[in-house]
Design a protein around this ligand. Structure first.
Ligand code: CTP
Length: 398
């Protein structure tokens, strides 16, 4: 899918630099232009000559290259690309990026660009797990830098763990969403995900067993088709999907506010397991046992139905509204009724009985219910469910 693009490839000084030669070849095979930049350290691993020969382009190496500045300033170099990829991205390059340094050509280009940036980190496992690198990673992610890898495996240094640069095809695949290409390009899709938590008092809350895995997979699948995705998520332990605009919330009320604020959207997928009830009066003090051995005295009230609120809107309703129906009994009949009641276009019904292992598991078995009828999908991984749903959304919006 990635073709006709101009990729500025910054090669950092790591043993994985040799894999960047393959990355150059594969990008060019697909009809892309690769403009290579070598850091001083990278030149210890690959030669400018081999990089230039494979790229069929001049290699940029020096910030104060007068010829370069006459022909094309470094600012323009950083902007003329569709995307900047840093592969391998060393711990030092990550630190420079996170710290905003600009003391050589690579770091200056990264500071000067207004284009998407994707990094493929590669380093020794201890360096990757070092708190400084992890801190830099968090900073870079928060700045919407896309990160692919590193993969786990045996490393050149003989140690085992995360640190290997991702494979060429994975890096290229990660570039597609970075460039916003695909059938959902120009479309905005809203996804809710994860559980919500509802405070009872300063130390207690009500929540549920949702992991947020299905919602995250859906968001990522939509991004990979080129959509701009607003991902409104309750507290979840699964990693934040790459390339989304994430809004983190806790309660159902906050989730509804975030959803309203994210509109307009072309489509909305409500995958969150919203807590149905919250405490009618959240106590600012810890509720104490009264010594009677009886149940605590607090009342619950129903939360707003976020899906129904959006699906039943007269103005500003997304063109396509998709809900889930998590059921344990009479799955299809309940889901059909739920679709009617909540006013959504599609509902994905799933059986969440404990024996299915779906809640908190990696697989899902869904049935798509729409005005066209009932369509049972085979049991598959949550990523596959997400891809299938994202494709259906793309077809429908087209
Ligand atoms: N949902 C929502 N807001 C709520 C409750 C549910 O947006 N307050 C959405 C969910 O994200 C899901 C759909 O509604 O897409 C159905 O959720 P589910 O838990 O199956 O249904 P409930 O409305 O909670 O109905 P019940 O618990 O009675 O089955």
């Amino acid at each position: 899918m990635l073709t006709g693009k101009r990729v500025l490839l910054i090669i950092g000084g790591g043993i994985a630099a040799f894999k960047s030669l393959d990355l150059i070849r594969r990008l060019r095979e697909r009809g892309n232009t690769v403009v290579p930049v070598l850091t001083a350290a990278a030149e210890k691993f690959v030669t400018p000559l081999s990089v230039s020969a494979l790229a069929a382009e001049r290699v940029h190496r020096d910030l104060f290259d007068l010829t370069g500045e006459v022909e094309m300033g470094h600012i323009e170099l950083s902007r003329s690309a569709d995307l900047i990829a840093v592969a391998p991205c060393t711990a030092d390059l990550m630190a420079k990026m996170a710290g905003g340094h600009a003391d050589d050509l690579a770091s200056t280009l990264l500071m000067a660009t207004d284009k998407p940036v994707l990094i493929a980190p590669s380093m020794n496992v201890r360096m990757w797990l070092h708190p400084a690198t992890q801190r830099n990673l968090t900073t870079l992610r928060s700045e919407r830098i896309l990160v692919v890898g590193p993969e786990e495996g045996e490393m050149a240094c003989g140690e085992f763990g995360p640190g290997r640069m991702s494979e060429t095809t994975d890096i290229i695949n990660a570039m597609v969403p970075a460039l916003g290409d695909g059938p959902l390009r120009g479309r905005h899709v809203l996804v809710t995900s994860g559980p919500t938590i509802e405070s009872i008092d300063p130390v207690r809350y009500i929540t549920n067993r949702s992991s947020g895995a299905q919602g995250a997979a859906i968001a990522e699948a939509l991004v990979s088709l080129g959509a701009r995705v607003t991902f409104v998520t309750g507290p979840s332990s699964v990693p934040q999907p790459i390339g989304v605009e994430a809004v983190r919330v806790e309660s159902a009320a906050q989730m509804l506010d975030a959803v309203e604020a994210a509109l307009p959207a072309d489509a909305a997928v409500f995958a969150a397991a919203v807590a149905d009830w919250r405490s009618a009066k959240e106590s600012s003090r810890k509720i104490k046992k009264d010594g009677s051995g009886g149940p605590p005295k607090f009342e619950l009230m129903e939360n707003p139905d976020i899906l129904a609120t959006i699906a039943l809107k007269r103005d500003g309703r997304p063109e396509l509204v998709v809900g889930f129906a998590a059921e344990t009994d009479d799955v299809i009949a309940q889901a059909v009724a739920k679709r009617e009641r909540k006013g959504c276009d599609w509902i994905l019904a799933n059986d969440v009985s404990p024996e299915t292992g779906i809640v908190g598991g990696s697989e899902n078995a869904v049935t798509l219910i729409s005005s066209d009828g009932v369509e049972e999908w085979p049991r598959m991984g949550k990523t596959q469910v997400a891809a299938r749903l994202a494709n259906r959304i793309a077809e429908t919006l087209a």
